[in-house]
Design a protein around this ligand. Structure first.
Ligand SMILES: Nc1ncnc2c1ncn2[C@@H]1O[C@H](COP(=O)(O)OP(=O)(O)OP(=O)(O)O)[C@@H](O)[C@H]1O
Ligand SMILES: [Mg+2]
Length: 331
């Protein structure tokens, strides 16, 4: 007997790539379509909000190229990865690598010159933050106006260099457009769960839906994980919730640790802790005992990294899983 749903389903844990599997992102998709005609675009958003799904689906529909940059540490690595993901052998490219330690930028340009008229999506861009990469982007901008680029990112780093280039940056005056992807509304989150459970012919009670939406808060990634635990692995409600939260906490811990590198850890952790219960500027200042300038920098960095949000002087952390992760980070 066949049980459950065969083929792609909404609780699949990979980024979606087919338009029929992309749930609830019609407006963002249209916005991307509109912007990409004339501009480079950055799709920005917190972890698990569905950036890769939106962009991969878009790219597939538009015969573009999606290049995954996660794990890439430097410029050479970047070029090699692009070449291999596009299926170019290095021999085929105009230059022979043996001699040419210093000509990576030209190899890169050669690759890009073959991509005229294409839309190229660069995933997880935060890891390639070198000046050479920025210069390459400037060359592409100047020389190949028909190449459109979509950047995806969740943290600052390069994204910040793209969005706020300093006057000395090669990208000064070439600011890309931004699509800031938000979590689903409560209504959409409920519909997401219902559709997924329906695909498996499994009933879900209103009570379960409300409980899950309350605890996981509109992040399609966490909702998909939950649905997967419930419908594919057949776990019960509490176990599924616990597993999702454990998984999420792990991702956030790593993200926070990356963010803290090179920063004054104690201040940031204190700030995150108090903000995780919600706090005003003065309360945070009292807690940290730092001057206003230092505090302003701390809060700005945390905001840029999308670890906190602000509403008219009130600082808080929207993601319930991130709030839990903060409790377990040591000073
Ligand atoms: N609009 C959507 N419709 C259906 N499923 C989605 C949607 N958005 C995200 N998902 C699901 O949520 C999970 C996370 O999505 P995705 O990888 O696109 O997020 P992301 O923002 O790129 O995450 P990360 O920051 O970790 O790279 C995947 O299982 C994906 O299938
Ligand atoms: Mg992604």
């Amino acid at each position: 007997m066949v049980t459950g749903y065969i083929g792609n389903h909404i609780f699949d844990l990979h980024p979606k790539e087919n338009i029929k599997d992309l749930f609830g992102r019609d407006d963002e998709y249209k916005e991307l379509e509109r912007l990409v005609k004339t501009e480079w675009v950055v799709v920005l958003g917190r972890r698990m909000v569905g950036k890769s799904s939106l962009v991969k689906t878009f790219i597939k529909e538009h015969d573009g190229i999606y290049i995954n940059l996660s794990g890439i540490r430097g410029f050479k690595d970047f070029i090699l990865s692009i070449a291999s993901q596009l299926g170019y052998s290095l021999k085929e490219l105009s230059l022979d690598l043996k001699f040419l330690e210093f000509k990576w930028s030209r190899i890169a340009e050669d690759i890009f010159s073959r991509l005229e008229n294409k839309i190229i999506a660069l995933g997880e861009v935060q890891y390639v933050s070198s000046i050479r990469f920025l210069r390459l982007l400037k060359r592409i901008w100047d020389e190949y106006p028909n190449i459109r680029i979509i950047f995806i990112g969740s943290m600052v780093g390069l994204i910040n260099k793209l969005l706020n280039p300093s006057p000395s940056s090669p990208l000064y005056g070439r600011k890309p457009a931004v699509i800031y992807l938000q979590p689903f509304s409560k209504k959409k989150s409920r519909e997401f769960l219902i559709r997924g459970f329906n695909e498996f012919n499994i009933n879900i009670s209103m009570e379960e839906i409300e409980n899950v939406v309350e605890r996981l808060n509109g992040y399609p990634g966490w909702l998909a994980y939950y649905g997967n635990f419930r419908c594919v692995r057949k776990l019960d409600v509490e176990t599924s919730l616990r597993y999702v939260i454990d998984e999420g906490v792990k991702i956030f811990e790593e993200e926070i640790e990356n963010f803290l590198k090179g920063k004054k850890r104690e201040n940031y952790i204190k700030a995150l802790r108090i903000i995780s219960i919600g706090a005003r500027w003065s309360e945070i200042k009292n807690e940290l005992r730092v001057n206003s300038k230092v505090l302003r920098d701390i809060l700005l960095n945390l905001k840029n990294a999308m670890l906190i949000a602000e509403d008219d002087g009130y600082y808080y952390i929207p993601d319930p899983i991130l709030r839990i992760a903060i409790r377990s980070i040591r000073v």
